[in-house]
Ligand binder design. Structure first.
Ligand SMILES: *Cc1c(COP(=O)(O)O)cnc(C)c1O
Length: 431
């Protein structure tokens, strides 16, 4: 792919570095790719933790200029909910997830109209119910299931099937089901599976979805798991902070149709409604980190290229608890030397890559890290060393459409009781 580096140099001169550039045309491309990879009738949820920028999220809701069905929002905090609402998502389009939902965030979400929650334990469901009752609402809940005894796909990060803070162990459902379906303030309407992330191998992904569907159908038949909405998760893969293209899944759509026709023959009529989720596949390819070279230093035979972007700007938490394997590679870099790529922070941990192929570089040069539209700013140590957050520029059709910067500000803390009251009042106002 031809990427105009002059363009980045120009943006760097205009806004300073470090700088994130998100190309909304490439967001549309990721959106279309996911929409095409799964059957038409399956809803798409955008995982806000990948990149909560409202401009990026808005593009996904607007449906690739009419070329793809709109995404819904998978959110997991009041801040992500605020981003979703700011991006034009309605509360009804939000699915609220997470293993540690607090009373105050639940009241905040329900107060703003969110009604669909993924719950990760009986206690979590009780917490959702209690918050809903306080606000006179009924929360429609998906039971997140931690399936037992399925065989792992060959690639990616496995999240389920072993002890986990995520999901309800499937083997406990026969005993728990009567309790789960009688929590005041809640109605269990479906199930949520999210078993893996970043599956490069198509056969592995298909196998995982098949096991998920079989497991859901079994639980529906054997323990009465309601299946109005079945979220079968994701695992769609995209490169992170190195050049490359997102994975292709040419057979996935037809394979999923085969699996669903076999196990859930009414699915085309919307029984159940089906959903998949993704962060990185939708937006990973849309983002570029433009960073300035501050210094080039030789030490005992090793070269260090010191950038103005470190782990405060590219934290490397590429999702799901996995740390960056310290292996950033630059876009369009002619290999002329090998050096360590490090940031400006006062810690040896501020490394973006050891022994990286780099062009000749000097202070004042600009470098570009590709494929950081997901898990870039949102997965960075923004507060560490108290440096400013990077500017985030949105580009559409080659033109800048917005340039903003997150700011951490210290404010006086409200006392908890006051905060709870404010949340309650917000809830009452929203009703
Ligand atoms: C993080 C997360 C996602 C997105 O993961 P990607 O690998 O970015 O697609 C989707 N669903 C849930 C429940 C998650 O926690």
């Amino acid at each position: 792919m031809n990427r105009p580096t002059d363009r980045y140099r120009e943006l760097a001169a205009r806004y300073g570095t470090p700088l994130y550039v998100y190309d909304l045309d490439l967001v549309d491309e990721g959106h279309r790719a996911l929409a095409d990879a799964v059957p038409e009738g399956i809803e798409l949820y955008y995982a806000f933790k990948a990149n909560p920028h409202p401009g990026v999220a808005r593009a996904l809701r607007e449906g690739a200029g009419g070329g793809a069905r709109p995404c819904r929002a998978e959110i997991s905090s009041p801040g992500e909910l605020d981003s979703a609402l700011a991006a034009g998502y309605t509360a009804a389009e939000c699915l609220y997830t997470g293993p540690g939902k607090t009373a105050s965030e639940l009241e905040y979400a329900i107060g703003r109209g969110v009604r669909i929650f993924s719950v990760e334990s009986y206690t979590d469901l009780q917490h959702v119910g209690a918050a809903a009752l306080r606000l006179g609402a009924v929360a429609r809940c998906l039971l997140r299931v931690n399936s037992a005894g399925t065989k792992a796909a060959t690639t990616g990060i496995r999240m389920m099937g072993k002890p986990s803070q995520f999901g309800i162990d499937s083997e406990t459902l026969p005993e728990l089901m009567p309790l789960l379906t009688s929590v005041p303030g809640t109605e269990v309407v479906g199930a949520h599976f999210f078993t893996m992330s970043n599956a490069v191998d198509e056969a592995g992904l298909v196998g995982e979805f098949e096991r998920t569907v079989i497991s859901a159908v079994q639980l529906a038949e054997e323990v009465g798991l309601p299946l109005e909405l079945l979220d079968i998760g994701g695992g769609f893969s995209s490169p992170y902070a190195v050049p490359g293209e997102r994975a292709e899944y040419p057979k996935l759509a037809s394979e999923l149709e085969r699996i669903l026709d076999l196990h859930l023959p009414e699915w085309r009529a919307g029984t159940p409604r089906l959903a998949v989720e993704s962060g990185r596949y939708l937006v990973g390819g849309s983002g570029f980190l433009v960073s300035g070279v501050v210094n080039v230093k030789d030490s005992r035979g090793n070269r260090f290229v010191i950038l103005d972007a470190g782990i405060n700007t590219l934290g490397g938490l590429s999702g799901l608890g996995r740390l960056l394997p310290a292996a950033v590679q630059l876009d369009g870099a002619e290999p002329e030397q090998r050096a360590s790529l490090v940031g400006p922070l006062c810690t040896p941990g501020d490394s973006l890559g050891r022994d990286v192929q780099l062009p000749e570089l000097a202070p004042g040069d600009v470098v570009v890290v590709p494929n950081v539209g997901a898990y870039g700013v949102s997965a960075s140590l923004l507060g560490f060393l108290s440096r400013p957050a990077p500017v985030e520029v949105l580009v559409r059709g080659g033109e800048v459409v917005s340039a903003t910067r997150l700011e951490l500000v210290r404010t006086a803390a409200a006392e908890a009781a006051q905060a709870a009251q404010a949340a309650g009042a917000a809830g009452a106002a929203a009703r």
